[in-house]
Design a protein. Structure first.
Length: 280
């Protein structure tokens, strides 16, 4: 069974390392061109892995560049992993591998199709989330499920930093647990129940603004949901933008605190910069 892997982030690199730890091998690695990947959150490079294992490394501007399906055909690829990759694969790429493409999504599909899965799980106050390994199709997170792993979480305390790490660990675990079936040709596909599907929209950095109309619970969740590796929650005050990485909430006023609808947000770890405006 010939396997290829597409990624440009640390999470995907960890999965590749797990494959080789298992004694597996890849016939081809695909990643973003270096000039396009600078500054990408969680960016990881594959050059050293490709050299170490003697695997061709194809660097592209887009997953749908014509050289991708051409390379998949040339290397007679059966399965293509596409992990940690924001671009949507088109028909030519999806149909190039003999058996298809495998993706991962950090929710328990069909719940939470879409983007910003880690922040939304915290903002929604969920007590569990997970990762789904599935066969990609032309829809967004709609393909048949190969396997799932559940991640319990405490909605009162979990941070994006912690949850992202658990999501990465689950990606690796699912690769390890299903590698034998993938290379052995015994993958079992389960169709998603579309009647249970929910879609979570994408988020922008400006969506992390902390507002005085928020309750302490809402502000606390926002800080925890968009802390590192995300852009961070923020508020504008006295001509400054204050980005908050860690905070506490209190009924009592404290110096430098942000007034909320029912109390105060007290920044514990933060960065402040002048904006040139009057602020709040």
């Amino acid at each position: 069974m010939n396997i290829a892997f597409t990624t440009c982030v640390r999470l995907g690199r960890s999965c590749i390392e797990a494959i080789y730890d298992l004694g597996g091998r890849l016939e081809l690695m695909v990643t973003l061109r270096d000039d396009l990947a600078r500054g990408k959150s969680g960016r990881a490079y594959l050059d050293d892995l490709a050299r170490e294992h003697g695997v061709p490394l194809l660097k592209v501007g887009h997953i749908n560049d014509p050289e991708v399906p051409e390379a998949l055909a040339r290397h007679h690829i059966d399965w293509l992993f596409i992990i940690g990759w924001s671009q949507i694969a088109g028909e030519a790429v999806l149909e190039a591998p003999a058996r298809g493409c495998i993706g991962m999504h950090p929710t328990l599909l069909p719940e939470g199709r879409g983007r910003a899965s880690v922040p939304w799980a915290i903002l929604k106050g969920l007590d569990r989330t997970g990762v789904t390994m599935f066969r990609l199709d032309s829809g967004v997170d709609t393909g048949d499920i190969i396997a799932q792993g559940e991640i319990p979480m405490d909605p009162r305390t979990v941070t994006a930093t912690e949850l992202y790490a658990r999501v990465e660990e689950m990606h690796v675990r699912l690769v390890r647990e299903n590698w034998g079936a993938i290379v052995g040709g015994s993958v079992r596909l389960v169709r998603q129940d579309g009647t249970r599907a929910t879609v979570w929209p994408g988020r922008r950095p400006e969506d992390g603004e902390l507002l005085p109309s928020m309750t302490m619970e809402e502000a606390d969740r926002m800080v925890r949901a968009v802390t590192r590796p995300y852009p961070g929650a923020f508020y504008l005050q006295g001509g400054r933008k204050v980005t908050v990485w860690r905070a506490a909430v209190s009924r009592d006023h404290a110096e430098g605190a942000l007034r909320l609808a029912d109390g105060f947000l007290v920044p514990l770890e933060y960065e402040a910069r002048d904006t040139g405006g009057a602020g709040a």
